[in-house]
Design a protein around this ligand. Structure first.
Ligand SMILES: [Zn+2]
Length: 889
């Protein structure tokens, strides 16, 4: 799944399958979960095949279902318990197929709403053997992206409604009574009775279509390979589909009618990605087709989902509209596709046995999306993104409420909370570090062996480490365990480098990086380290395994520890080592400039180094430095701007300094793209415009307003690359009349994707009165069912107290507009940007009143972030004020 990241960037404020080709284990007898695998179902039976017939009534928001489950009873029992949520059963009966002539045995059905199960009880015990369980039931089509759901949108032909499914982590049970746990893999045969004019899509190609007397058609899809329930997909609507052949697979994009041309980029890139993956994994993509289905709207929980053979992606992460899409959007579309396609192997073909090892899916897919950008689009310089990935993980991993990458998950709600930056970004960081440690080829060979050995089945993390260790011929598991079984971020302290005879000798000491200094002994890790001196050709590698090492590094220039930034740790230099680097900052490779900027800011925040270190580096960043270095600089300057809050008088000297730093860079690269400029410049330009707009830099605000007026007169007058930044500056500075004009434009907009963007802009106005209006608007039907929660979250970016109070005061209404799996995190997330002590108590009482004790981690993290922000303001702003008094002119 592609997680919907809470944007930290300034901008956002961002033919049936022949079974003969499948290996024998696909048809092996099903196993029940053994004692090593967590399950919430009895260990007495397991499924082989689900034969599902679905009849949706999109207008009524309901569906009728019939399923015949071929299953094995492994221990004699008179009950079978399955997962089921919001389903009503009409009949249930079981037939033995182990012996001939068995009669259907009816069942009494009982529902446990809390446990999300249905139990079928029979008049006599079922002996071990194979059976068919036939169930007839009805269910609900929701309006948020959970289970089987509908999305409404405007089109030239009027209002339209399309249906989709979203089952990860535990919502297949809303459409099919099933063993809805990743361990229980089975084959699926899906058929649906649908309007003749609609297109139906599932994991497999359509095997047959039958016209029915009432004018509808019954569409039957080919039997799927053996897979987990959460990977099943069904979609239905007025769609169009474009295809191309690649590597013997039919690649497809499915969009609402009229949208396929905007999917041309993703279709073309998917072909290149498929070729890379077939080679990398050493197992060819096993299904006959792979679709990517675009849907309007959004979810608080995810952006895209890796259903096997039928990836689901919200339009904003898949379609490119030539009139509005930016370079940043293109990259997002690419990485989203690369991420979901990686899951077709890591997740779909080989699946974690239980949610404890979710990171095997998500860490790996995240690492692969970065790897694919670097390989297929070197012009984007995505290799520099490694620092932002570490940063995302370390921010979360350096407060007391963090958790290990591999963690025990006990409930469905805890499983949904596991989709966080530890699982995704720390997972990616750890993989990157270990690949760097064992070497690219050894890592790939290990992955190939793992795929071959475990295809169509389930694994735990040690299965991966075993394969890698064997391929690498050196120990990996101990380091992997240090970084995945315990939480936290290592800190490497760098002593005073001493140069003798062309070689630098330095002592490295391992400690722990924490922002809230827990009252416990610091943790220890075996940390692989790469160090290099500026100007030297070779590097030095070691593992800090007993707390301290002395390392000899070729050359005598300034010493960079974590050279290349592949290691998951913070580096704290001695003042002598830092000063040497600071003096030659502009000469460092861009990735190490980013690493140094990132570490020195984070260490400053934690009080482990003076904040002035970062300010010195910011001052030393040369004009024309790498655009991503400038984007990072811009991001931190805006973070400091935010730290000052509404204390405008105290903030002014800082804002003046930030403008003095950023405005010349915008002037240097200009508002309009220059032919032949590097692609990351486009993203930097957008970042600078939005930042200078937020700093109320009059020329930037004026130019944005001028271009906005031109856009009203002639939509072609502003290039797509500038549209979002211009709108963002105008929207933030809007007055009542401007806000009303934007709202009327949003109402009249026909493109669902652009319409969504406009409602988000309405929520960005800084004016408190307009923020309140945006909140009220969010609770009406006007923005569309899936935009409401995102609008309130957008207000929370600049007015967290207002948004949190509003959302909790209107909780019942809000809950109908948030998908159920996100509720326990949504409300705390609104408060997380606050620096108001009263909010800590409010979040606490919200959690106590609404969340089970085992589901409060997100609330506790929000409280830790608020507390930390208050502390940082008190402790760091005086340092920044003092630095400004000394340095700013
Ligand atoms: Zn994913």
């Amino acid at each position: 799944m592609q997680r919907r990241l809470i944007a930290t960037a300034v901008l956002t404020l961002a033919a049936s399958l022949s079974l003969a080709t499948l290996p024998a284990n696909v048809n092996a007898a099903p196993r029940v979960a053994d004692a090593t695998v967590t399950t919430q179902l009895p260990r007495n039976a397991a499924p082989r095949n689900y034969d599902v017939a679905l009849t949706p009534d999109a207008a009524a928001g309901t569906f009728a279902g019939k399923v015949t489950i071929t299953l094995d009873v492994v221990t004699a029992t008179s009950t079978i318990t399955l997962n089921a949520a919001d389903l009503a059963f009409k009949s249930a009966a079981i037939t033995t197929i182990s012996t001939k002539g068995g009669k259907a045995l009816p069942a009494r059905t009982s529902i446990d709403k809390e446990a999300q199960t249905a139990t079928f009880t029979f008049a006599r015990a079922l002996a071990p053997g194979q059976y068919k369980l036939a169930l007839d039931y009805t269910g609900v089509i929701g309006t948020q992206a959970v289970g089987l759901f509908s999305l409404d949108y405007d089109s030239d032909g009027g209002k339209k409604r399309a249906l989709y499914t979203q089952f990860e982590n535990s919502d297949a049970r809303r459409m099919i009574p099933s063993w809805d746990e990743p361990f229980y893999k089975a084959t699926f045969t899906l058929s649906a009775t649908v309007p003749a004019a609609d297109m139906a899509v599932s994991n497999m190609p359509v095997a047959s279509r039958t016209n029915l007397p009432d004018g509808r058609v019954r569409v039957t899809f080919g039997e799927s390979p053996k897979m987990s329930t959460y990977l099943l997909f069904f979609g239905l609507g007025e769609f169009e589909r474009a295809t191309r052949q690649a590597e013997g697979t039919e690649l497809g994009v499915v969009t609402r009618k009229g949208g396929a041309s905007q999917a041309a980029f993703v279709l073309q890139e998917s072909a290149a990605i498929l070729k890379e993956y077939n080679d990398y994994f050493g197992v060819r993509y096993p299904l006959p087709k792979l679709d990517n289905i675009a849907a309007p709207g959004r979810s608080q929980f995810f952006g895209a989902m890796e259903n096997w053979g039928a990836i689901f992606t919200f339009e904003y992460a898949m379609l490119l509209d030539p009139a509005v899409s930016t370079q940043h959007d293109r990259q997002e579309v690419f990485v989203t596709a690369a991420h979901e396609m990686a899951h077709q192997w890591f997740g779909d073909l080989v699946t974690m046995a239980w949610w404890d090892d979710l990171w095997l899916n998500e860490g790996f897919a995240s690492w692969m999306e970065s790897r694919m950008s670097e390989r297929l689009h070197p012009e984007w310089e995505s290799n520099l993104g490694v620092v932002a990935v570490h940063e995302g993980a370390m921010t979360r991993d350096s407060v007391v409420t963090t958790h290990p990458v591999v963690q025990h998950v006990a409930t469905v709600e805890q499983a949904s909370q596991a989709f966080d930056s530890i699982t995704y970004q720390k997972g990616e960081s750890v993989i990157r570090m270990l690949e760097n440690y064992v070497g690219e080829l050894a890592w790939r060979n290990g992955v190939r062996a793992y795929m071959q050995k475990h295809k169509y089945s389930n694994t735990v993390s040690d299965d991966l480490w075993n394969s890698i260790e064997k391929a690498a011929g050196k120990p990996v598991k101990a380091i992997a365990h240090d970084f995945t079984l315990q939480p936290g971020v290592p800190l490497v302290r760098v002593g005073v480098p001493v140069c003798t005879a062309g070689e630098t000798s330095v002592t490295l000491t391992q400690a722990e990086y924490s922002r809230d200094q827990p009252q416990r002994k610091p943790l220890t890790w075996r940390v692989p380290v790469v160090a290099k001196t500026l100007g030297a050709t070779g590097d030095a590698r070691t593992v800090i395994d007993k707390g301290q090492v002395t390392l000899r590094v070729p050359g005598c220039g300034p010493l960079v520890v974590n050279a290349g930034q592949n290691g998951y740790y913070r580096t704290l230099y001695s003042p002598q080592a830092f000063d040497a680097l600071s003096l030659q900052f502009g000469a460092l490779p861009p990735v190490d400039q980013l690493g140094l900027l990132s570490d020195s800011w984070a260490l400053g925040l934690a009080g482990l180094a003076p904040t002035s270190n970062w300010l010195d580096l910011a001052a030393a960043t040369p004009e024309g430095a790498n655009p991503q270095v400038w984007s990072k600089l811009t991001g931190v300057l805006m973070q400091i701007h935010g730290m000052y809050g509404e204390d405008k008088a105290r903030r002014q000297p800082f804002d003046d300094y930030a403008i003095a730093r950023l405005a010349p860079e915008l002037a240097r690269i200009g508002w309009d793209a220059v032919r032949g400029e590097a692609e990351p410049v486009a993203t930097l330009r957008a970042d600078l415009i939005v930042a200078l707009g937020a700093l109320q830099h009059a020329p930037t605000v004026g130019e944005a307003q001028r271009r906005y007026l031109a856009l009203q007169r002639d939509p072609g007058s502003v290039p797509a690359a500038l549209r979002q930044p211009v709108l963002s500056v105008v929207a933030r500075n809007n007055d009542v009349a401007g806000w009303a004009a934007l709202r009327s434009a949003a109402r009249n907009e026909k493109s669902p994707m652009v319409k969504d963007q406009m409602y988000m802009l309405l929520a960005q106005a800084n004016d408190p009165g307009l923020s309140e209006r945006a909140l009220e608007l969010a609770l009406t039907d006007e923005p569309g069912a899936t935009n409401s929660a995102a609008m309130v979250a957008a207000v929370a970016q600049h007015a967290p107290e207002l948004a949190f109070d509003f959302a909790t005061a209107n909780m019942a209404k809000m809950n109908t507009r948030i998908d159920e799996s996100s509720r326990s995190r949504y409300f705390p997330s609104l408060a997380t940007h606050s620096a108001n002590p009263a909010m800590v108590a409010k979040v606490k009482s919200y959690a106590e009143a609404n969340l089970a004790p085992g589901s409060r981690r997100d609330a506790e993290t929000a409280m830790a972030e608020i507390t930390n922000r208050i502390k940082v303001r008190q402790a760091r702003l005086p340092e920044i004020d003092a630095w400004l008094a000394k340095h700013a002119k």
